[in-house]
Design a protein around this ligand. Structure first.
Ligand code: FES
Length: 104
């Protein structure tokens, strides 16, 4: 099956309540979704892209976490100020942003 989008960005916006465990939505996951949408439009990447909210991606301790497909790459500790670099480097130049990569 052919993917609908060339690049699909999932931003964890999970908000966990009743626990001390951090979740991305409590930090700034929603702000990241809005920033990706804005920057993808402003930077005119020339690809079919989509940035959307996602539930917990299972990497809560290092969040906010995002996943980018089709590369299946996870970035952690992403800030609003990192969004432009992710788009310009990862999405446009096809060079992952090393410092934000989830290290296994
Ligand atoms: S709450 Fe964001 S990865 Fe789990």
């Amino acid at each position: 099956m052919t993917p609908i989008f060339d690049i699909h960005i999932f931003v964890c916006t999970n908000q966990r309540t009743g626990t001390d465990k951090l979740s991305c939505g409590e930090t700034h996951g929603l702000e990241l979704v809005a920033e990706f949408k804005k920057q993808l439009k402003d930077l005119k990447v020339g690809l079919k892209t989509r940035a959307q909210r996602a539930g917990c991606l299972g990497i809560c301790d290092f969040g906010p976490t995002i996943a980018i497909y089709p590369e299946d790459i996870f970035y952690v500790g992403v800030k609003k100020s990192d969004v432009q670099e992710i788009i310009e480097s990862h999405i446009i130049a096809k060079i992952p942003v090393e410092r934000l990569l989830l290290k296994s």
